[in-house]
Design a protein around this ligand. Sequence first.
Ligand SMILES: [Fe+2]
Length: 215
Amino acid sequence: MEQDFSFVRRMYFPTMVFQVEVPDPTELNNKLLSNIYSERERDQKGISRSNIPELGGWHSHNDLHKSNDYADLVNLISQATGKMSDNLGYADSHHVRIGTMWSIINPPGSANRAHVHPGCLWSGVYYIQAPEKCGQIEFIEPRTVHLMNQAKFQPNKKRNKENWTKVRFTPKAGRMLIFPSWLYHAVDPNLTTEKGDAANRVIISFNLNQVKKPK
Ligand SMILES: [Fe+2]
């Protein structure tokens, strides 16, 4: 006879990714694109971070949010982080603000190494130009579970989300992802068949911290 018992699966410590979609981003993105290309013209070398300069990946300086050229995007980010703060139950005395903001241009063949963003709370990316096959972003299982024995799952069947060890998002112009700064992520090589500037994968990325609101 089978024993009667209750059986509950509880879930703790989720990894949250917030996704924002701008329905008609063309005007915003065209303005951003032109400002970013001007910035690259001014600072052709850029800086070296997760980008691979040898493959043509360009990374701007980290203070784009201080320029009026990016005010519309800063405003959009601010609206999104306001919703996020409400959703998470953050203190009203503080708001989530941009500490650093930069652009990355990945021409065909360029990618970004796996990395985290130390010294902040949340990080994000906004896609300005994303031709087909320009490189998905991959978030990697953050817990030590991946160092342990791996379970075998039913073959030929998609695993439940909670058993995934990585998740990928396809970049799309007007899409924004906000994710924990400790979450390892990498970007696949840009394999687009587009030519010229249309082939570039262009993004703006940013780091966020909780800052006390002025009284
Ligand atoms: Fe990153």
